[in-house]
Design a protein around this ligand. Sequence first.
Ligand SMILES: Nc1ncnc2c1ncn2[C@@H]1O[C@H](COP(=O)(O)OP(=O)(O)O)[C@@H](O)[C@H]1O
Ligand SMILES: [Mg+2]
Length: 364
Amino acid sequence: MITSLEIKNYRAIKSCKIEGLSRVNVFIGRNNSGKSSLLEAIYLASAAFKFEERLHKKDGISDKISYLLNRRGFRGLTWDRDREVLWHMYKCEDPIEVEFVFCDGIKLKTKLFEWHEHPILEVPYRDFDHMCLIHYGAVNSKNKSMMKTSTDLVMRVLDEFVGGRGEKVRRFLSDMEFIDANLMREIEHVEKILWRDLLKYRLDKIIIRMLKSGYDVEAEDITYVPYGEIFQLVVKLPDAIVRVDDLGDGAKVSMMIIMVAALSKNTAVLIEEPENHQHPSGLAKTLEIFLEMVMENRVQAFITTHSLELIKLLNAIAREKNVDVAIFFMERDKAGNVNVRRLTPENVSVLDRMGIDPRFLDII
Ligand SMILES: Nc1ncnc2c1ncn2[C@@H]1O[C@H](COP(=O)(O)OP(=O)(O)O)[C@@H](O)[C@H]1O
Ligand SMILES: [Mg+2]
């Protein structure tokens, strides 16, 4: 688990330091306070360990950098021509930096330089009795053989640096998934990638439980059926079937979150505004199952939200299930420095009893 992190020079963020991270972390703040930039920066750092896209891989997007360049509007931005949009105020002289501190004290810093398409890892390295800083990039997806060598190199250096825990750290960072609004619209795409694994471990049962209890869908089973040339995932109801595509938007968002959480292990999941399309009862069920997955799979969650409902539900369910939740309030000044304050669940409930909406802390 990551306990603190620091970001420099990424999009809205000139600098941002967050301490006291928990199992589940929720970020609130006004529009433009840097919430999306925060999730993106964490995802960017994961590209130092795994450069290729998985869930967002589609229509010419094959790696995380090209996804980040385009995710706010698919206009064919490329690294060669448009890389500066990733830098705060387009100032690419200084690298974009993301530093993580893990719970066992391991500290890792990744940097993205304008002269190198992949974020790279900066580690102190003992070379002939001198300590020096060296940089390693995990992959070059265009050149598979180089990818193998450099991954091995990163592992060797990481292991030396963190003493045998390199593989654990590498997996934590490389397996990270980013569930954003784009992904939530791509259920047929994601289902194709994940469904086989979900079935393999019969995790489809969790989806059925979620549909029944949260969304009033009398789901008995989920299966693939042929529709002309293609196969489609459908939900079996007592007297009919319904295509997954035709489920309500709330149920689809929930399905996306649960599918990803069910298959994530010992890693982080980044979720942008999961409240979209959700009725509180559906949201409550989704959060409940999500927290079960988080505990079972030892996942760390980073969630941005504008929903007070979500915060209250999450605090209540987390208390019941004994999950550590931290709420962070973000404020960004004109220079792009982001100040982050941690609110405890008690803080939130005190504010609530005083009639103060924690989302408006900056105005107060
Ligand atoms: N490259 C950049 N340099 C400086 N500011 C940027 C850059 N890209 C986006 N921004 C600013 O970031 C803000 C959006 O930040 P974002 O992280 O999306 O906030 P939130 O998700 O909290 O609404 C906008 O005000 C935009 O002007
Ligand atoms: Mg945002």
